[in-house]
Design a protein. Structure first.
Ligand code: ADP
Ligand code: MG
Length: 607
């Protein structure tokens, strides 16, 4: 049925059409792979040259065997030829050793270089991609592309291509020699080839599907692990260990059954192929043997013929063997290209301006939505003077954090403009601009490293004094000196050793250390107790001196220190003014903070 299907699709032209679309895509991948190896032209050509030399050398001994039997052994003489053959054999095998070493060295060198290059390229590109891409794409999938897919692509370039090449050359070389030696026997030798090709095609189609299944199942397992192990606090808190365990067990069972699919296919195909080939050898023994007996074929020629034949089918098997892996690693290359080809949504202008940030900000009729059809920032107009301190309040989901992301140019407005110091944000050099901003994000992400490392992350080459000064300003110093190794204490993954409030204080220090002209804080003290917060505010007041400051906060006390409060509701600015004015207005702000009016009660507090 399979065979019929293939024949039917070949004759109907569907097969070709399908292959055409694929081949277009393949061309891109091939072009890209070629561009990857082009800097290493010399080593690549050496690797290929050595591989071909090895093939040619491997073809010599059986031919010597033929001469040895026919012209030395059977004629019982010619001692000159005898020593000559032995010497040539020694030369051949010594060259094989030397060339194998050189070939392996060249190809492995190339392999390491390429995978390093690929890894760095993907990482560099990922760093350019918009946050939206990373948020949508799942970081786990990007990770697996940097690890597994790079390995597969490396294998493809370094071993896949040479294997393909040398085996093809061996097959052609042996085919030519065999026909040259005895055309009649040669015909028998090529008889099984159609069967091999058709069988291989069927095998390939099946194995591709089955390998894909295996790959998907293992990806499921990886994402379950990378998802639940870091979140084991949640898993255990909700007593869901058994649920997760059984989920993993079910997934591994699914993986097992898809792997068994591959195994069943492999264990049935390879012996079948072996049988076809053995049968051919038997036929050659039979036909050739009759010829030798009747005297039309020299014994040495038959022995050499059979030796060549044994070398003939091995490469064909190698090829079929290597092809599923080629397929797999080609898919890997495709997946890497998919990332590298994805255009960053945030594009720098052709001539990005570097400015000395002063901190004057204008939102001019700004519209934005993560989904363009569902705007979350709607026609916002806002002007912040240089050195002004602005507080932003609003219910959860009203678009406050999104405004900050727009201001940092993690996203571009769908309509309207954001101006910084009078320049359109799109015309500025992004890195230069961001490097002059001190930012405390709502979720204070710390990096794997020490306290000092995390604070100094805001300013390359910060001195220990600067680090301590920044920590004192954010009131982090007091708890840091009580840590086991003070500033040298390792925080573990994502700063897990600290409380949320402590993380926030370190994040504030990290923002303050570079003495930014523009300070942006998104709920900086949401998890800090009110006594500590009071202390932080006092020192922040000093730190904010002369800096444009935007602070999202629902802490009533903090709002006392800003020049102006912006109230957001459902993506719009609905109120604006001083704290007490806004309270008296009895509008949205009052609704959020309705209390006794003396600024001590906070009914709504976002976490
Ligand atoms: P706030 O900071 O005021 O609580 P946000 O600016 O974080 O609000 O979110 C505004 C709206 O945008 C919310 O409805 C939220 O669900 C949505 N949103 C936030 N981030 C994303 C995102 N990365 N992708 C899609 N929607 C988002
Ligand atoms: Mg927010």
């Amino acid at each position: 049925a399979e065979l019929y299907e293939i024949l039917a699709s070949v004759t109907s032209g569907n097969y070709l059409k399908m292959n055409k679309i694929e081949s277009k895509k393949n061309q891109n991948v091939v072009r890209w792979l070629l561009s990857l190896i082009s800097p290493y032209k010399f080593r690549v050509s050496m690797g290929i040259l050595f591989s071909l030399l090895l093939v040619i050398l491997s073809l010599i001994p059986p031919y010597l065997l033929k001469i040895f039997i026919n012209n030395v052994l059977l004629t019982k003489g010619n001692s000159y030829l005898f020593t000559e053959i032995i010497l040539v054999l020694i030369a051949v095998y010594s060259s094989v050793v030397v060339i194998t070493v050189l070939q392996n060295y060249a190809l492995n060198y190339l392999g390491q270089k390429l995978s390093n290059e690929l890894r760095v390229r993907i990482y560099e590109h990922v760093n350019k991609l918009s946050l939206g891409f990373i948020e949508n794409f799942q970081s786990g999938r990007i990770l697996s592309r940097i690890t597994t897919d790079v390995g597969n692509t490396q294998w493809f370039l370094i071993w896949g291509i040479p294997t393909l090449l040398t085996n093809l050359v061996t097959i052609i070389g042996i085919g030519v020699i065999v026909f040259f030696m005895n055309p009649f026997l040669g015909i028998f030798a090529i008889l099984p080839i159609p069967a091999i090709i058709i069988g291989t095609t069927i095998y390939r189609r099946k194995s591709r599907l089955k390998y894909h299944k295996v790959w998907r199942r293992s990806a499921d397992i990886t994402s379950l692990l990378t998802d639940t192990i870091p979140s084991s606090l949640i898993v255990r808190s909700y007593a869901n260990e058994d649920y997760e365990n059984s989920r993993l067990r079910r997934l591994t069972e699914e993986l097992f059954s898809s792997q068994m699919g591959v195994i069943r296919l492999n264990v049935s195909w390879w012996p079948t192929l072996g049988f076809i080939l053995s049968l051919t050898t038997v036929i050659i023994w039979f036909v050739g043997g009759k010829e030798v007996i009747s005297g039309t074929l020299a014994l040495g020629t038959l022995v050499a013929f059979i030796t060549y034949l044994s070398m003939f089918y091995q490469p064909i098997q190698n090829l079929t063997n290597v092809i599923p892996f080629m397929q797999q690693s080609f898919t890997s290359a495709e997946r890497i290209l998919e990332i590298i080809d994805s255009e960053p949504e945030i594009k720098e202008s052709d001539n990005p301006k570097k400015i000395d940030l002063k901190g004057e900000i204008t939102f001019d009729h700004v519209w934005f939505g993560y989904d363009p059809l569902a705007p979350v920032v709607k026609d916002v107009n806002l002007k912040i003077r240089q050195g002004e301190k602005v507080g932003i309040v609003g219910q959860s989901g009203s678009g406050k954090t999104t405004m900050i992301k727009l201001l940092l140019r993690f996203y571009d407005p769908l309509a309207g403009k954001i101006l910084v110091d009078g320049y359109d944000l799109k015309d500025l050099d992004i890195k230069n601009y961001r490097s002059q901003i001190g930012i405390v994000h709502a979720d204070p992400t710390l990096l794997y490293g020490t306290v000092a490392y995390n604070i100094a992350y805001g300013k390359q080459n910060a001195s220990p004094e600067e680090i301590i000064a920044a920590a004192m300003m954010s009131k982090a110093h007091d708890f840091i000196i009580n840590l086991p190794l003070a500033y040298d204490t390792h925080l573990g993954e994502r700063g897990n050793r600290l409380s949320s409030g402590q993380k926030q204080m370190i994040a504030i220090a990290r923002a303050l250390i570079k003495e930014p002209k523009l300070l942006i804080m998104d709920e900086p003290t949401a998890n800090v107790d009110s006594i500590t917060e009071g202390e932080i505010i006092k020192s922040l007041k000093e730190a904010m001196q002369g800096k444009t400051t935007i602070i999202i906060s629902h802490r009533f006390s903090i709002l006392n220190y800003v020049d102006r409060i912006i109230v957001m509701d459902n993506g719009k600015i609905v109120e604006e003014g001083k704290r007490e004015e806004l309270l008296q207005k009895k509008g949205k702000f009052y609704e959020i903070f309705k209390g006794d009016g003396n600024g001590t009660r906070e009914i709504y507090k976002e976490t």
